[in-house]
Design a protein around this ligand. Structure first.
Ligand code: CO8
Length: 263
């Protein structure tokens, strides 16, 4: 593996009330994803994942784009041997789905190619009404390579995924919400406030409970229904070992809001 230097200068991070914000802040507002950039994104998200005061991570881009795909100026220099030997879409890319903390993609503008794939690696997508999704790789001599053919198909079904991947056409925010790619579309004006509210609501939950719930939902993605139901049941039983389970039950009986101890 060749060493790649993380482009930390293209990442802005801050945290507020248990929400960790990671902004893709490339000098090109289309946020082209180079190997160093994705490594910096991985490092920033992992840092928040390892911070137990953080209950929700939000990945956002610029006003123009979440990310318009692989950095084509970098990709053009590659050949088969170099992508294979440098593990071009492994370093960083394979780590983001392993984040344990709930992670939201907040998409304004373009989420194309690797950008759409990065958004789909998050737990769900909140989109501005100006968002545009797509897997246009076929138009530049490739096919999706960071999970697009798999995650898009599971998300919107074979027919719509085929249409998008074989034509390379963009999917509007409205269509993305209708087909289930996006959890919610909000107007561009209300986007920041709505995204913050959703993230805050998740960050205010019991952190271990939110992580267990995320793990259980992800099993639905990765295995059969029988196996998923078995895993869910085991994870559900495990919540009874948490102080927060006792607190949630007591708060319900006492008709008050639970105070989470995150234990
Ligand atoms: N990479 C590098 N530079 C880019 C990219 C990109 N993906 N997209 C645009 N740029 C550059 C342009 O070359 C231009 O640079 P310059 O000013 O030096 O000429 C500048 O950004 C502005 O671009 P446009 O003038 O084209 O901006 P528009 O607002 O007119 O159009 C679009 C915006 C529609 C997003 C258009 O730029 C576009 O179609 N871009 C390409 C999108 C694309 O094909 N994405 C898929 C890439 S392939 C991929 O993602 C494979 C995923 C595999 C995993 C990733 C591994 C790292």
């Amino acid at each position: 593996m060749l060493s790649v230097v993380p482009k930390t200068e293209w990442i802005k991070t801050w945290s507020e009330n248990g929400v960790g914000w990671v902004q893709l802040n490339h000098e090109n507002k289309l946020n082209p994803l180079s190997a160093g950039f994705i490594l910096a994104i991985k490092e920033a998200t992992e840092k928040f994942d390892n911070d137990l005061s953080i209950g929700c991570i939000v990945l956002i881009g610029s006003e123009k784009a979440f990310a318009a795909g692989a950095d084509l100026k970098e990709m053009v220099k590659h050949n088969f041997a170099s992508v294979y030997e440098t593990r071009y879409i492994e370093n960083g890319w394979l780590d983001i789905p392993k984040i344990q903390t709930p992670i939201i993609a907040g998409v304004k503008g373009y989420a194309l190619g690797g950008g759409c794939e990065l958004a789909m690696m998050c737990d769900f997508i909140i989109a501005s009404d100006n968002a545009k999704f797509g897997q246009p790789e076929i138009n530049i001599g490739a096919i999706p390579g960071a999970g697009g053919t798999q995650r898009l198909t599971r998300s919107i079904g074979k027919s719509k995924a085929m249409l998008a991947i074989l034509t390379g056409d963009m999917i509007s925010a409205e269509e993305a919400e209708k087909s289930g790619l996006v959890a919610k579309v909000v107007s561009n004006e209300e986007f920041n406030v709505s995204l913050k509210e959703i993230a805050q609501k998740i960050a205010n939950q019991s952190k271990p409970l939110a992580k267990l719930a995320k793990q259980a939902v992800n099993v639905a993605y990765e295995t059969t229904l029988d196996e998923g139901i078995r895993t869910e049941r085991a994870l559900f039983y495990s919540t009874f070992a948490l102080q927060d389970h006792v607190e949630g039950m007591e708060a319900f009986s006492e008709k008050r809001k639970p105070v989470w101890n995150n234990r």
